[in-house]
Write a protein that binds this ligand. Structure first.
Ligand SMILES: C[S@@+](CC[C@H](N)C(=O)[O-])C[C@H]1O[C@@H](n2cnc3c(N)ncnc32)[C@H](O)[C@@H]1O
Length: 185
């Protein structure tokens, strides 16, 4: 309960960039981490890690040799994340999701198998939103998947400008109810 209140307070102070007052529920975590597998080594990228609820879900499912690059804009959130989650497969990156190409090069990785995003794409400036989608698409491996959680289907048109296949499902057990987008090449 204490952590829940801490996170809600921290999110509410930065609501213009968090786009939410509450962390996503374990039901969202289960749905959005669906392409993460313990069977094979994957390069996984998370956008908008916050205090790390989805991060923990990804780490719990991923292969021991997989790597997770978790982007988070706010330094305070990164500090909480690093305190809460210690795992040698995790790299916490205090920077914008738009910087993915630079960090992939830095870690000598050529493509990404799964992108899991909780950033509030619908309230970002349209140019930044399209840049994040375009670069995500470009850097995904041919069988890769871009997963996104949002509170509406308003981003469907934008995703369809970049991805050949865009599916979606609702998760009612979340506050507020959420939509999970599944985008592939
Ligand atoms: C709705 S919160 C999600 C937090 C957590 N992953 C969850 O599911 O509850 C969105 C997070 O995205 C971060 N964020 C917003 N824009 C971002 C960007 N361009 N790059 C990286 N993180 C961003 C915010 O700081 C915030 O922590």
């Amino acid at each position: 309960m204490r952590n829940f209140l801490k996170t809600t307070l921290a999110f509410s102070k930065k609501v213009a960039t968090t786009g939410a007052l509450f962390e996503t529920s374990r039901h969202v975590v289960a749905a959005i981490t669906q392409p993460v597998t313990p069977q094979t080594r994957q390069v996984i990228v998370e956008y908008g890690a916050g205090h790390g609820n989805i991060t923990r879900g990804i780490l719990a499912k991923m292969h021991p040799d997989s790597v997770l690059l978790a982007f988070e804009l706010h330094r305070e959130f990164c500090e909480v994340l690093q305190q809460n989650v210690q795992d040698s497969r995790l790299r916490v990156i205090n920077d914008s999701a738009a910087e993915l190409p630079r960090y992939l090069a830095q870690y000598q990785l050529s493509s990404v198998d799964v992108i899991v995003s909780a950033i509030p794409l619908t309230i970002l400036p349209p140019d930044l939103c399209h840049q994040i989608m375009r670069e995500g698409h470009r850097l995904l491996s041919p069988n890769g998947t871009f997963m996104q959680v949002l509170y509406s289907l308003r981003a469907l048109g934008r995703f369809r400008q970049h991805f050949a296949h865009v599916g979606y499902q609702s998760v009612w057990r979340n506050m507020p109810p959420a939509w999970i987008y599944t985008c592939t090449k």
